[in-house]
Write a protein that binds this ligand. Structure first.
Ligand code: SF4
Length: 302
């Protein structure tokens, strides 16, 4: 069975590199992993940082977050709501907002894969969290937000060669849509938010915990927030072109066995498809939801 590829994304490539069997489940059978707390936390922050970079006032964003969580679907929704609010408040207190002028948020690119003067039939696509002008220098940057459990020197070092950042920069360099066609990008501002290290105390109300969260985020900005300017030179962008070409080739003609990578089974809290890997059956497949589209991270129709 082959996937009818029109575009590939960073998530798809990463999944294929992690485990080909996992790729088969997610991109051939289009099965949906259960959406865990970490993903819901990240989605909540991204959606609301989009409002922030679009210019909304913090008080309006906080009101909007409350409205987003009027119906509590998961037991930890209040927890995620209050962390999102504390992150937005702390971030606003930590940085000078007027340093950036936002060109747009959630900018989607869909561009050809060109390598060695050849254009692949597969395109690649992605969504950049924001494109901004750095007001003091007049230079253009991409912005990527990320929630993380820890910010170590090794974490920062990995950003120097993070393939997603390189891929997004290349995508925007190639983007022929206005106003990006002739825009020169300096690099990517990596905007990280650390998850809280304080938990609700025994008997503490949600309201009291929310107040403590805000105090903690505002009181320890160096602990909870960090930004890094991630630069890429021409050689790195060219190497990414080559990388994308060969991944597009592989994904157009994947080996039929979709080999398991057992080293990946316990990553990120454990693979959600382990039961299928142990004993595949159509009945078990039916227990998983189907992804509404192959790449839910893209805004546009596929
Ligand atoms: S359980 Fe392991 S081998 Fe199976 S799909 Fe998941 S990561 Fe791959």
């Amino acid at each position: 069975m082959k996937v009818q590829l029109r575009v590939i994304t960073h998530s798809e490539i990463q999944c294929y590199l992690d485990c080909r069997r996992l790729y088969y489940y997610k991109y051939n059978l289009q099965l949906q992993e259960p959406v865990g707390k970490a993903l819901r936390m990240g989605s909540s922050l991204h959606a609301n940082m989009a409002l922030y970079f679009a210019g909304d006032e913090v008080k309006d964003i906080l009101d909007s977050i409350d409205k987003q969580y009027t119906s509590l679907l998961f037991s930890d929704d209040e927890y995620i709501r209050d962390i999102t609010k504390a992150m937005i408040i702390g971030h606003d207190a930590c940085y000078n907002r007027s340093e950036f002028e936002t060109i747009d948020v959630e900018v989607e690119f869909r561009v050809p894969i060109i390598y060695d003067a050849n254009t692949h039939k597969v395109k690649y696509a992605g969504v950049v969290d924001a494109v901004v002008k750095h007001v003091p220098t007049g230079k253009y940057w991409l912005v990527e937000h990320k929630t993380t459990s820890s910010i170590t020197p090794a974490y920062r070092k990995r950003l120097e060669i993070d393939p997603q950042l390189t891929m997004y920069l290349l995508g925007m360099v190639q983007n022929q849509e206005e106003p990006y066609r002739d825009m020169k990008f300096e690099g990517i501002f990596f905007n990280a938010f650390r998850k809280p290290t304080i938990n609700p105390k025994q008997g503490e109300s949600q309201e009291a915990y929310a107040v403590r969260l805000v105090k903690d985020y505002c009181g320890r900005p160096d602990f909870y927030f960090f930004r890094q300017e991630c630069l890429r030179n021409q050689a790195e962008l060219d190497e990414m072109r080559e990388f994308l070409w060969y991944r597009a080739e592989e994904l157009s003609n994947p080996p039929p066995d979709y080999a398991r990578n057992r080293n990946h089974c316990d990553s990120w809290g454990g693979c959600a498809f382990r039961p299928l890997c142990i004993e595949f059956s159509d009945e078990l497949c039916m227990a998983y939801e189907r992804k509404p589209k192959l790449h839910p991270e893209l805004n546009s129709a596929e």
